[in-house]
Design a protein around this ligand. Sequence first.
Ligand code: ADP
Length: 482
Amino acid sequence: MNFRSLRFRMTAWYAGLLVGALLAFGVSVYLGLEGYLDWTLQAMLASECRTIGTELLSQLPGKNRGWLETEINEAYAPEVNARFIRVNRERMGVIYISRAPKDGAFDPSQIPSPGGRNDGARRIRLENGQQLLINAMRFTTPDGSQFLVESGIPYQRIQVVLHGLLLTLAIYTPFVVFLAIGGGYWLMRRSLRPVDEITERAEGITSSNLSERLPVIRTGDELERLSVALNRMIARLEDAFQHINRFSADASHELRTPLTILQLELEGIVNNHSLSGSLEEQIVSALEETHRMSRIVESLLTISRLDAGEAKLDRSRLDLSGLATSTADEMRVLAQEKSILLRTSTEENVCVQGDRTRLQQVIANLMDNAIKYTQEGGAVEVSVQNQGGKAVLEVVDNGVGIPATAIGHVFERFYRVDKARSRASGGAGLGLSIAKSICGAHSGEISVSSEEGRGSCFRVELPLSAICDSTEPATLLRKVTP
Ligand code: ADP
């Protein structure tokens, strides 16, 4: 798990806030309930004192203490209900005190009398650690006698309820927090899914498909603004790229005519004048260089037009296997010159929608390179297959291979691994750039894997065309030509 991810941090914040809110809620419920129960007990005790004072003590002049004891015991059963009741008569002392409760929670005789201020509720702590809530009330009967009535109850009654509440909170809070964290994480994942989608699409946008745009989810929020802003940025990049491509195309186009004139004039000089040996040599060499320059300018023009989407592609449904086989046949002479074994291995009816001449240029270029960069007696294999719904063409050789540091650059314009050797063999480092641009124009891809000293494999993937021109059903039969 990535602890620095937005998803984790948001979930952690959410969980933290939730735990804080639950704690605050728990504390306030606890304190609120404690206050309410305390108030209710006090009200009950006060009502008892009042009943004893007004209903029993007022009759006392005509009755004796035994009567009072019986009345109180019958009405409140203090022994059974663990209650404390004490009646004090001024100057006479205690005239009634309840017996110790059956559970032995407290000893009534040990309970001190209230001090100076007699009225009201108080909480006293007993020797056994228990607390007793006692309410005291003063009464004066019509005959002028003064009484102090006390009624008490163990505070434990409230504590039992509060402990129950604490236990409930302790059991359910982690459960609720756990559920909320799980839910929060899931929600976070859901709400960040559009970001994943945008990232995935943005990853797939390169200089070759700058016309693509990111998905815009019309929610009017930050995500919509982000994707709209990124799309505007991609549009600006597309403009800039097209500007560069157009510039290269225009420059190449402008250079074409003067180069052709130069070539014709040099050819005219060589053909129509009798020149001295060294001068002829120099002019022939200059002519060769202009031919080279023309090829470079043509290649640059092709790449720029393909990249700018301005090159006209003469698309038709064509059999890639057939095209690879026929191109290999044409290249066979070159291979034989170096005693290289050229093999083709093709599946039947692997068809694509494309420009025959351009795709042939790609295959010829890859094979030419394979033959060029393979030592005498080596082997080159061209294969065409239908792989996972894609037409896959591979040119594999067991030649010099490409150093790991150069692999990432071979499709760049003018890149050559071994400058001296490539130039000697006529290469300007544009062949693979053209191949890449042609594949891009066909919505395909070209890639390479290679190991220095062991050989290379160039792989072209093109979208498969649904139906081939051929009437034969598609088969997986492999045709191998040595
Ligand atoms: P060039 O016209 O110089 O061959 P490319 O664009 O076709 O230019 O190739 C670029 C570079 O990639 C070459 O200079 C060469 O070093 C390397 N390369 C291409 N194909 C192969 C191959 N089959 N084996 C080894 N190196 C290769």
